[in-house]
Design a binder for this molecule. Structure first.
Ligand code: AQP
Length: 332
């Protein structure tokens, strides 16, 4: 089976529909076809300031949500990044073969550091994509299911894998991005020119899986729509309506064409009302299952500890090979 690795940050109280439709939904599908490793990337979550109590809670909430949407620890390896120390160890090695200019070109760093003020941004935020490369290369992943926003980081990961292999001998699999075109970029409900994002979107632009469905329904009803009245799919001319159709199709088994046909002669209001009902129906059982996992944190932590042990078995083998190739003395 080909290997797959992906991660998600515990930096919010809930995943949003962009996270789910862009990435996590594919994680669930790929556990059936791949040897799948998925992690809650808490090391990445401390790059822009955090509260320790909140981080610990959000890490459990992230893991609980992943289980609630369908990850099965019997069919994939689900773990928390900080419990596998090899991630930080390999990140150091990779940082030593990454050019400063190369890292400086990462647009996510530019965007996020511009918001915080470049001088106030942490070095961790700067080296974030190198840690991400370590996450992926440790597992010799063939594919990485992510949203479109991660394409540049994946390119860096591929470059670093190739560079290491050239410098020190074949060690890492060069991974390919796995980006599902239809849902690769879910956009902000209030600003369809921007991706739906927990840090960039206003709360009104964001649909969160764990939010009160009545609130999500209200956000959908007040989503920015486009000129005209017809429900048609045209991402350039009607980005708002097209986004609603994308979400609708992804959460139901209906195609966009089928939806456009069904809404012929109806208006945006009908589409929004129905989509709100679809979202409510989708999130309600996920919320119930998430709560059930969170009601027993000891059991959740145990599941994650087992996942970390499985992950370490793979990660430690890769790290040992990389250390050997670099010329470090063997550990006693
Ligand atoms: N709007 C989106 N459409 C499609 N996919 C998306 N992803 C994020 N936003 C969208 C994908 O979600 C996965 C988890 O990413 P993450 O943990 O790095 O979350 P994030 O990128 O931090 O999410 P945000 O909301 O975009 O946070 P900020 O604003 O902090 O950057 C990834 O695979 C990502 O592609």
């Amino acid at each position: 089976r080909p290997r797959v690795l992906s991660g998600i940050q515990p930096t919010a109280d809930s995943f949003h529909l962009g996270n789910y439709l862009g990435a996590v939904r594919n994680w669930v599908a790929m556990q059936e076809t791949h040897d799948a490793f998925y992690c809650v990337v808490d090391l990445h979550a401390i790059t822009a300031g955090h509260d320790p109590v909140v981080l610990r809670q959000r890490t459990r909430v992230a893991a609980a949500q992943l289980l609630a949407v369908g990850l099965d620890p019997e069919r994939c390896t689900l773990f928390v990044q900080s419990q596998v120390p090899e991630h930080a160890q390999l990140a150091w090695v990779l940082s030593c073969i990454t050019g400063f200019g190369e890292a400086s070109r990462m647009t996510q760093f530019k965007d996020k550091s511009a918001k915080q003020g470049a001088d106030r941004s942490s070095v961790g935020l700067f080296t974030y994509p190198i840690l991400q490369a370590a996450d992926i290369l440790l597992y010799q992943a063939d594919a990485v299911p992510v949203g479109e926003d991660q394409r540049q980081h994946l390119e860096l990961t591929r470059d670093l894998a190739q560079r290491f292999n050239t410098l020190f001998g074949a060690t890492f699999t060069v991974p390919a991005p796995y980006i599902v075109r239809d849902t690769a970029k879910i956009v902000d409900l209030q600003d369809p020119s921007a991706k739906m994002s927990k840090s960039a979107s206003s709360p009104a632009g964001l649909i969160e899986l764990l939010d009160d469905p009545a609130r999500s329904a209200k956000k959908i009803r007040s989503a920015v729509t486009d000129t005209g009245r017809e429900v048609t799919f045209d991402q350039a001319a009607k980005p708002g309506v097209s986004n609603l159709l994308t979400i609708y199709a992804a959460l139901t088994a209906r195609s966009i064409d089928e939806l456009v046909e069904a809404y012929e002669g109806k208006g945006y209001g009908d589409l929004k009302k129905d989509l709100a009902a679809v979202v409510t129906e989708f999130v309600t059982p996920i919320q119930e299952r998430t709560r059930a996992y969170l009601d027993d944190p000891a059991q959740l932590d145990k599941l994650l500890a087992i996942g970390a042990e499985k992950a370490r078995a793979v990660a430690s083998t890769t790290l040992a090979a990389a250390y050997d190739r670099i010329g470090f003395l063997p550990a006693a």
